[in-house]
Design a protein around this ligand. Sequence first.
Ligand code: FE2
Length: 407
Amino acid sequence: MPDVSPTKWHLAHTTWFFETFILKKFVPGYRAEIPEYAYLFNSYYNAAGDMHRRDLRGLISRPTVSQAQRYRASVDSHIDDLLSSCDESLLDEIEPILVLGIHHEQQHQELLITDIKHVFAQNPLYPVFRELKTGGRSSARPGSQSSPLHFIDFEEAVTEIGHNGEGFAYDNEGPRHRALVPAFSLATRPVTNGEYIAFVEDNGYSRPEFWLSLGLMTVNEQRWNAPLYWTERDGAWWNFTLSGLRPVDQSEPVTHISYFEADAYANWAGARLPTEFEWERAALSCPMEGNFVESELFHPVAAFASSAGALAKAVISPEKPEQHRHLVQMFGDVWEWTRSAYSPYPGYRAAPGALGEYNGKFMCNQYVLRGGSCATSRTHIRRTYRNFFQPEKRWQFNGIRLARDPE
Ligand SMILES: [Fe+2]
């Protein structure tokens, strides 16, 4: 699959980032031990030189894993030497690139998980990445009850959108600016598997009235009839998870769907996807807690699932109806597709040089997703964080939260 990279490549590429943008720039006379790595492990930075083809990364049999690990150790030790020997003003210059490199590595840690899942899913042995944790989940009961879906109303408001400059943010989260957000309603929780099955069983995939033209074309070309990793056996839906092949739990948030499917589902449900501004406004009042990668579930959980630790405050109890009127799971579990095209905020300019290629050049033909997933690090996400993918991509933990216009 052209979007999926081998684990070894992620390990070497995140190291290449530090070598290219810090060591080669700030260490006088620095010479790469293996110059060819610059070609193999450059992802998409044209200003940094030629690169290996993304869709052929699976063919890189050399370096081996242990050679890639040696590369990491070598670059780490050069970075250590640089940081312990450079003066304050040089350190000021290096710091933002170093911090960007660390956040970049966190993004690849998420990709490591989704890419391993995709590779394992091709194998009829359905390898288990991590045994199912009991107690942390909704115990994976197919057909178990989900919390009722409600909509919360928001009044029209002029809202500050974008990062306020405190701490790290990617350049695409700014400049902070004011946006008029007309009145809207937002669903209290993401759409569940059970709700999505109703769409599937209502022949949702073959009813053109719900689909964007490009979406229906993709459905027909790819022969989609359910989310990625789902398979039907003897009339029941199963899905491949990082804990192996399991019956689809109707109460869990639906995931591994494209923008096209999210949009079609919303149309079928008489709703729509939120804009990223609506989402950001609503998220202002939500705690940034949820099922992130630190909980090591590697799978979204049902909204009412109860467990200790990080999940406890992010979930609602089926016994307390008033709690169902709050937004839950805005963070973690599944990235939420918005209907906003990934485009620059007013006044945005990509930085000069190769690092300016990090975000800005992708602002075309992609949609924004918000909130992070069960594969995202808690320390990586922000209310202003803008993830983005092309509308046909399904291998990330992407899901749906519905919105509505006022009656
Ligand atoms: Fe990268």
